[in-house]
Design a protein around this ligand. Structure first.
Ligand code: ATP
Ligand code: MG
Length: 315
């Protein structure tokens, strides 16, 4: 039975070919790639060897089948994935502005991904859960998916699990004013908060230092601030540690944060310290940006450990 569980969206991702390619004109697109932030996170955790499961909804189409096959191949428990004959699997299109920043067009809220209802969550999958992970994007698309995620998180917490939360803000899904309102409860109640610095400012409406002080407080197991090529910072138990990143040639940043989360949480389940788990998360995040495709960057445990060994001097 899964020790790490998530409820959220499964999507396919279609990616613009080049930096500077937006969707204002036709162009070459790569894909479909298996995707959805919770799915990427759980796939990376499974590749690290954790017992993982996901509850989500797909259509009875090849996009859905491709995702299920990929997750099963990596050992993720997929029996909680609901396939609906009258829906189509959600799609995310990713374009790149001239400065490399990403823009998304989502077919999500009104696709299978957004249609999951609270009563469709197989609660038996939560029996042995130790960590339940929530992605903010899963709270941002449709009310029924949001309720499904929040109900499962509450049940997991009642069973003694830690709840981890990555806001993973996608303004294309939900405007910032609404994000603050919708994320407020999870922000307060989660045990582990995995966030970007800018995201923390955005979801709290506070100055960064004040927000860090507040959410690194006693009611949290850990606050983890992810900072792209600068690595991560961990605040827990009164300690504040910066964990340096690994140097890699970035091909595609999509999925780095999700891979960090998956490797970090899988390492905590193995009994690693927060610091060691963050080093492993950094390695998984760095490796993920070396490949095009959101889930394609998830590496296997042996590859992550070998990469860390080869780069020991930098750490
Ligand atoms: P987003 O939600 O915008 O995709 P995120 O805030 O969840 O991003 P990032 O901070 O972008 O996540 O990346 C997560 C982790 O991956 C970083 O903390 C870092 O360890 C690693 N990482 C990301 N980009 C790079 C890079 N260019 N070089 C090395 N490591 C990277
Ligand atoms: Mg993220």
């Amino acid at each position: 039975m899964p020790q790490l569980m998530t409820v959220g969206e499964i999507l396919v991702e279609m990616m613009a070919d080049q930096v500077g390619q937006t969707f204002l004109s036709p162009g070459c697109i790569h894909g479909p790639y298996p995707s959805g932030a919770p799915a990427i996170m759980i796939d990376q955790a499974a590749r690290m060897g954790a017992d993982c499961g996901i509850v989500a909804c797909v259509g009875a189409d090849d996009f859905g089948r491709m995702n299920i096959q990929r997750l099963e191949a990596d050992g993720v428990v997929t029996r909680g994935i609901v396939t609906k004959a009258d829906e189509t699997t959600g799609v995310a299109f990713v374009g790149y502005a001239a400065d490399g920043s990403r823009g998304f067009i989502f077919h999500f809220a009104h696709a299978a991904a957004g249609s999951l209802k609270p009563e469709e969550v197989d609660e038996t999958l939560l029996d042995d859960v130790k960590i339940f992970h929530v992605m903010g994007c899963s709270l941002s698309a449709s009310q029924s998916l949001r309720e499904a995620v929040l109900r499962a998180a509450r049940l997991a917490k009642e069973k003694g699990a830690l709840v981890s939360f990555d806001p993973n803000i996608r303004p294309e899904l939900l405007k910032l004013e609404a994000v603050r309102r919708v994320f407020a409860q999870m922000l307060e109640e989660c045990d582990i908060l995995l966030t970007g610095r800018k995201e923390l400012i955005d979801i709290t409406g506070m100055e960064a230092d004040a927000a860090i002080e507040k959410y690194a407080g006693k009611n949290k197991y850990a606050l983890v601030i992810k900072d792209g090529s600068h690595g991560a910072r961990i605040l827990a138990g009164g300690k504040d540690e910066r964990i340096p990143s690994y140097s890699v040639a970035e091909v595609d940043p999509t999925g780095a944060g999700d891979c960090f989360d998956g490797a970090f949480l899988a390492s905590l389940l193995e009994g690693k310290t927060l610091r060691e788990a963050a080093r492993i998360g950094n390695a998984a995040g760095a490796l993920s940006v070396t490949r095009r495709g959101p889930m394609e960057g998830a590496h296997y445990r042996e590859e992550v450990l070998e990469f860390m060994g080869n780069n020991e001097k930098i750490q």
